[in-house]
Design a protein around this ligand. Structure first.
Ligand SMILES: [Zn+2]
Length: 138
């Protein structure tokens, strides 16, 4: 079994490497969450990462045989400008998906001279309301 060096342990005599910090950011299209870590990396000792703003994946995922699995973070600290931009970006996509289809269909029906609600053909006669569904014709 490998030895894991605790973060607050004194540096072993003769150790040449030591402490480091890693920054892990995620998000698309803008980076919107991050995690920082302090890392101990002495020769002959497995590096131990202390993620301060993330949830570390459980060691039960070791069966995946991903060497870095125990040190892969799920970042939790928001990066507010990126978070706001991503929120607006995904809200716009959702809005287009929800309302874009209906708006486009209504525009096409109006252009063809049909009722915007039921697509009844209103050409050739003066109507104040659709005779099929009762929607006002403008
Ligand atoms: Zn109609």
């Amino acid at each position: 079994m490998a030895h894991v060096q605790p973060l607050d342990a004194p540096r072993p005599p003769g150790a040449v490497s030591g402490w480091g910090m890693s920054l892990f950011q995620a998000g698309w299209p803008c980076r919107c969450v991050e995690a920082r870590t302090d890392t101990v990396n002495y020769p002959g000792v497995i590096p131990k990462a202390d993620w301060r703003t993330a949830v570390k994946l459980p060691e039960s995922l070791d069966f995946l045989r991903i060497k870095e699995a125990r040190y892969r973070p799920l970042p939790l600290r928001p990066i507010w400008p990126g978070f706001a931009i991503n929120t607006v970006f995904y809200a716009a996509i959702l809005w287009l998906l929800m309302f874009g289809v209906f708006t486009t269909r209504s525009l096409i029906r109006r252009k063809r001279g049909h009722c915007i609600k039921c697509s009844y053909d209103l050409r050739g006669a003066e109507h104040e309301a659709c005779p099929e569904c009762g929607v006002e014709v403008s």
